[in-house]
Design a protein around this ligand. Structure first.
Ligand code: UDP
Length: 322
């Protein structure tokens, strides 16, 4: 079989860069595209001499005409994805989830490629159904500060389905829940790098609200395995990607403090507006359709991630990803 080629949009981001590694590892050729607004080339540095990898610095809100040649899969992972990042880049987030996704779909259509959208558990908003199944339509505040991300991703799903129905593009939708692992930016504001960074630097851990809100954290390798299987499956239905291992932010703060062996205090700060109270995926669909199951236990994944952050901090690389 001829060598297959994937175009990974958002290749310099956290999940995007791991996806590049995975597809290269499977023998694919990979073209990575990133605007570098929130991604960093340090996530791709190890691929600099990889002959099957090439990188294009581009904003997918501009037409992707520079991408020539055959493409088998377009994986759209281009978007600011942490609340801190998307609140800092509200218009870029709205544009990349709308105009950007349409450009990506057009690329898939003209090259006859499969298209995979990275959607998000944020489409469920502050959920009234728990755990969340893919059939749940969500509880999103369309005019709140998080709407720039949530509604852009809901639009992204809608336009992906429209290209499937009316333009015959072979699409997949992954609804990604909280994911963590090496290559997250220490300063991206998400809870795992924030708590780990604070504990490692001996600073107080900032718990928002009373810390009773929950999230379920999936290690990036499990996420990438699920995405790879989803691309090869035949469903156009959205599929939750995450783990059912749910914990409160207070538990997480204490866990991280203990794991780092630090004695820092926990300080309580106001809960951001529209911060979901609970979040946990029902992953029956991924189990049934993809035979997928998260494999990396929380303790193990967190140990690897904290070790990675520790090394970055010891190198004096406080804010950056690598
Ligand atoms: N959070 C926190 N302290 C922080 C950063 C985040 O308590 O320094 C909380 C946040 O309020 C939310 C949860 O951790 O309830 C997860 O936040 P994150 O920004 O990682 O992502 P989200 O799941 O909200 O998109």
């Amino acid at each position: 079989m001829a060598e297959q080629r994937a175009v990974v949009l958002g290749a310099a981001g956290f999940i995007g860069s791991h996806l590049c590694d995975r597809f290269l590892g499977e023998g694919w050729r990979v073209t990575g595209v990133d605007s570098l607004i929130t991604g960093t080339l340090r996530n791709l540095e190890h691929l600099r001499r990889e002959p099957r990898f090439d990188f294009l610095r581009a904003d997918i809100c501009d037409p992707l005409d520079a991408l020539a040649g055959p493409v088998d899969a377009v994986l759209d992972f281009a978007s600011p994805a942490s609340p801190v990042d998307y609140l800092k880049h509200p218009f870029e987030t709205l544009h990349v989830g709308s105009i950007g996704v349409e450009n990506a779909l057009k690329l898939a259509k003209r090259s006859g490629a499969r298209f995979l959208l990275s959607s998000t558990s944020e489409v469920y908003g502050d959920p009234l159904e728990h755990p969340q199944r893919e059939s749940y339509w969500g509880n999103v505040n369309p005019i709140g500060p998080r709407a720039v991300y949530d509604e852009a991703k809901r639009f992204a799903e809608a336009i992906t389905m429209a290209y499937r129905r009316y333009e015959r593009v072979d699409t997949r939708i992954a609804r990604i829940f909280n994911t963590y692992g090496p290559r997250m930016r220490l300063d991206d504001g998400r809870v795992v790098p924030t708590f780990a960074g604070q504990a490692l630097r001996g600073e107080p851990i900032t718990v928002y609200g009373d810390g009773s809100q929950t999230r379920s954290f999936c290690y990036v390798d499990d996420n990438v395995e699920c995405i790879f299987r989803l691309l090869h499956a035949s469903t156009g239905e959205p599929v939750n990607v995450g783990t059912p291992h749910e914990m409160s932010m207070l538990e997480l703060a204490k866990w991280v403090r203990e794991a780092v062996g630090s004695k820092v205090e926990l300080v309580f700060q106001p809960l951001p507006q529209d911060d979901p109270r609970v979040r946990r995926p029902d992953i029956s669909r991924a189990r049934e359709l993809l035979g997928w199951e998260p494999r990396v236990p929380f303790d193990e994944g967190m140990r690897r991630t904290i070790a990675w952050f520790k090394e970055r901090i010891e190198r004096g690389d406080l804010a950056a990803a690598a």
